[in-house]
Ligand binder design. Sequence first.
Ligand SMILES: NC(=O)c1ccc[n+]([C@@H]2O[C@H](COP(=O)([O-])OP(=O)(O)OC[C@H]3O[C@@H](n4cnc5c(N)ncnc54)[C@H](OP(=O)(O)O)[C@@H]3O)[C@@H](O)[C@H]2O)c1
Length: 323
Amino acid sequence: MSNLKIFIAGHRGMVGSAVWRKLAAKGYTNLIGMGSKELDLRDQSAVNSFFKAEQPDVVIDAAARVGGILANNNYPYQFLMENLQIQNNLIDAALKENVAKFIFLGSSCIYPKLAPQPLKEEYLLTSSLEPTNEWYAIAKIAGVKACEAIRKQYGKDFVSLMPTNLYGPFDNFDYETSHVMPAMIRKFHDAKNSAQDEKTAPPVTLWGSGSPMREFLHVDDMADAVVFALENQLAEHLYNVGTGTDLSIKDLATLVQKTVGHLGEMVWDSSKPDGTPRKLMDVSKLQKEGWKYQIPLEEGIKETYAWFLTNQANFKQVKIDTL
Ligand SMILES: NC(=O)c1ccc[n+]([C@@H]2O[C@H](COP(=O)([O-])OP(=O)(O)OC[C@H]3O[C@@H](n4cnc5c(N)ncnc54)[C@H](OP(=O)(O)O)[C@@H]3O)[C@@H](O)[C@H]2O)c1
């Protein structure tokens, strides 16, 4: 049982809600969260007033404008500016109000497009980013650097965790803005359900060539890593979080198709971008500190599809509000 006052920014999101569930289950009783309608984190003076009034001991920043390749491509300004605003306001208010610990969540896309694999933390800023998500990546890099600067200049425990691709309950299943795994689950499911019988299910068209290699981590494992970072003073400012193993998008599609039970064809639309050819995290640094993932991919996909089936009436579909 702990009475530490923890503000989880983005507590209704996929990661924030998983962190909330994990902390509550571990006996943390003083959790606070505000939805974007109650507290718009882009609004600096509202964020400052909130921190003055609440005085949290710890901040977990799981609030962000998040999306897949299509959304990043279509809304570069929102992905750059909203993420900068949200994280700048949180980090600066946390510094001013003397928050003891700040955990900033970034993403594996901060690393250069053609960096050697697996991606080590030290490859940050060594060459160019992947153009389809550089807007988001530049904002996240600024967040990592702000936390590093505070650590260096003020000696405070501000740490950044860089998750690989995450999936699990409370993901965004919107056709336009979702990530690859929820997009596949929904496409295979909808195709399966649109047929008279399972054997006549229409083909499912997927983006790109299917050849890029990707790594996937269940969001409950990610939440576990956040709690680990909360409960331990980590030696450095930046840690990758992942499984350390990857598979091709084609192999992922085969796993999802099998789990969903879609018996139709799979078609690859190679006119659509593939993104970075490979994005595998080197997770040895956090492993040396004592953390490792637990949920195998196949089991995680089954569990996520079961969640999708029981939440079909109200699963999240993020739309982007452009000014
Ligand atoms: N999903 C992934 O695969 C993945 C991979 C790597 C890293 N990450 C990182 O993990 C973090 C969380 O991602 P997620 O997948 O959980 O995203 P998510 O499900 O889209 O949740 C994002 C949360 O941010 C909040 N938010 C967005 N704009 C806000 C604003 N202006 N004011 C207040 N709150 C705002 C939303 O609040 P409301 O719901 O109240 O609107 C939502 O709860 C992000 O930093 C992301 O970069 C995610």
